[in-house]
Design a protein around this ligand. Structure first.
Ligand code: PMP
Length: 360
């Protein structure tokens, strides 16, 4: 069966080459006579997989030496609790709420200490990102949390140069990590669930500056302590070995594509294809302010929502799947992560144009 174009927000499309390699290696990894799923996480084979994944990731993102890379479990949602447990240190944290995910993160953190919602853009339907100068930030906060790409509404922060300095920044980059180069040193902690731009579900990446380690609150479950996870190279208990292996294959694939500069170029092209169609006539609509329109998640509604089901059904016939929008927004959402080829996005843009001609 031919593969379809998968626009799911996550778990999401993986590079074809990566799936083929995993399939080739499934029964017998590098001649060792067993699958990655079957090997001891403490053996030399898996240790080499983990080390390669970390070093390839460090090279891709230019992660400075004073940052630890952790491969954890519980998804990005676990981080909503784990971050305050580890970083609040009896202080207070600031949260910028610009979408459904940062709102959840802020709510969860409140169970673990003093948390201030500095701003919420919910009244405007989560369609922009506030200007930093307008915010009343706490200069003594233990950290400032933001989500740099809100997956549901498709709101992305592009300008990292203007991010506030002073307090450690903690960023949820689940849905756009590795889509472009970033300056890791601007952040205290970066986290990302894997199932969008990294690999399959089951592993969550945490990149944390060393000076933030070792401040966990009393009573923090051992498994949830960053410092002890760092000391144990993410192997305090059995890690999600297959998910880490797959992430490692994706990192190598990214290197073969030319790294994150090359990915960014294609991602700009891909997003422009869809936003151009959306902007052309008004048949399609995206409410996000242009400066913050996500390159990874492109939500749009049809002028006439009674056409939604027809659109989804016909798209399916064209091999364009998982295009239905999040239930809180309605309409459609095309997630176009790194592994979605330009041809897939072109096929969707062509389909949208055709559909408009017939139904507009
Ligand atoms: N943050 C963002 C930005 C997300 O998109 C998601 C998942 N869609 C999450 C957090 C939650 O991730 P997980 O399901 O891995 O807990």
């Amino acid at each position: 069966m031919e593969r379809i174009y998968n626009f799911s927000a996550g778990p999401a499309v993986l590079p074809r080459e990566v799936l083929e390699q995993a399939s080739d290696e499934l029964m017998n990894w590098h001649g060792c006579g067993m699958s990655v799923m079957e090997m001891s996480h403490r053996g030399k084979e898996f240790t080499s997989i983990l080390e390669a994944a970390e070093s390839d990731l460090r090279a891709l993102l230019g992660i400075p030496a004073n940052y630890k890379v952790l491969f954890l479990q519980g998804g990005a949602t676990m981080q909503f609790a784990q971050i305050p447990m580890n970083l609040l240190a009896g202080g207070s944290a600031d949260y910028v709420v610009t979408g459904d995910w940062s709102k959840k993160a802020c709510k969860e953190a409140q169970h673990y200490g003093r948390v201030r919602q500095v701003v919420s853009t919910e009244a405007d339907g989560f369609t922009s990102f506030p200007a930093w100068a307008d915010l009343d930030l706490n200069p003594d906060a233990s950290y400032l949390h933001l989500c740099t790409n809100e997956t549901i509404r498709g709101v992305e922060v592009f300008d990292f140069d203007s991010l506030p300095t002073g307090v450690p920044l903690v960023a949820d980059m689940s849905s756009h990590i590795l889509s472009r180069p970033i300056d890791v040193s601007r952040f205290g902690l970066i986290y990302a669930g894997a199932q969008k731009n990294i690999g399959p579900a089951g592993v969550c990446l945490v990149i944390v500056r060393e000076d933030l380690l070792g401040k966990e609150a009393a009573g923090t479950p051992t498994l949830l302590g960053y410092a002890i996870q760092a000391e144990n190279h993410s192997m305090l208990n059995t890690p999600p070995t297959f998910a880490i292996y797959m992430a490692g294959l994706v990192f190598k694939w990214l290197h073969r594509q030319g790294g994150l500069e090359a990915m960014e170029k294609v991602n700009i092209q891909k997003a422009a294809l869809l936003y151009d169609v959306i902007a052309r006539t008004g048949f399609y609509h995206n409410p996000v302010q242009p400066a913050f329109r996500s390159r990874m998640n492109v939500p749009f509604t049809l002028r006439d929502p009674s056409l939604d089901e027809t659109f989804i059904g016909l798209a399916r016939q064209h091999g364009l799947l998982q295009i239905k929008g999040h239930k809180s927004v309605g309409g459609m959402r095309a997630s176009i992560y790194n592994a979605m080829p330009l041809e897939g996005v072109q096929a969707l843009a062509d389909f949208m144009n055709d559909f408009e001609q017939k139904h507009g």
